[in-house]
Design a protein around this ligand. Structure first.
Ligand SMILES: [Fe+2]
Ligand SMILES: [Fe+2]
Length: 195
């Protein structure tokens, strides 16, 4: 099917795609930035789940966490591949995410299984928004990368739902914990896009 017959109003449905202005990064630079931050994020996710598993691996929620962890490993493998294939410079902050991700996972897990799940829900909500924004920004460009992002976004939404079903919202201090984890995740995204 061709797009030619469709009314021009379709373009108006993409408010986030502002026209490129002088001084804006080139499209290739934008894609490189996306791959860099996504590889960093999936690396951080792997480390969060490793921190959770170090504490809760043998507990009732261990199996659930392990399944999500295995999906994160697959996500990371894909973005590691894209980093190599597209010759994208990885984030210089990987050593920081190595420590911070694990620490976040382990610390929330030590607060209890529900706090671990609250951490998962908060992170995955931020990643859901982040991937939605990227898919939107790509528009019709890079269909393969866009399909990858959309598939991973569906997995992250599933992780969020696993966390909610496991009682994330019943964790002690949920609103504060959730807000802190979200703020940290957004900061990590902001930094990994740039550094
Ligand atoms: Fe992921
Ligand atoms: Fe995830």
């Amino acid at each position: 099917m061709s797009d030619e017959g469709k009314p021009a109003v379709c373009e108006a449905k993409r408010p986030r795609r502002a026209p490129r202005l002088p001084g804006d990064p080139r499209p290739e630079a934008l894609v490189a930035r996306m791959i860099r931050v996504d590889q960093a994020g999936e690396y951080g996710a792997r480390r969060i789940y490793e921190g959770q598993l170090a504490v809760l691996g043998r507990k009732a929620s261990g199996e659930k966490i392990r399944r999500m962890y295995e999906q994160e490993l697959a996500h990371l493998e894909t973005f590691d591949g894209l980093i190599a294939e597209r010759r994208v410079r990885p984030t210089a902050l990987q050593p920081l995410w190595h420590l911070a991700g694990f620490a976040l996972g382990a610390a929330t897990a030590m607060m209890g299984e529900k706090a671990a799940m609250a951490c998962t829900v908060a992170v995955e909500e931020v990643i859901d928004d982040h991937y939605a924004g990227q898919a939107d920004e790509l528009g019709d460009a890079e269909p393969e990368l866009k399909a990858t992002i959309e598939a991973f976004r569906a997995d992250e939404q599933e992780h969020r739902d696993v966390g909610l079903a496991a009682g994330a919202r019943e964790a002690p201090g949920y609103p504060v914990l959730s807000a802190a984890v979200k703020a940290g995740s957004r900061l990590a995204i902001w930094l990994s896009e740039r550094v």
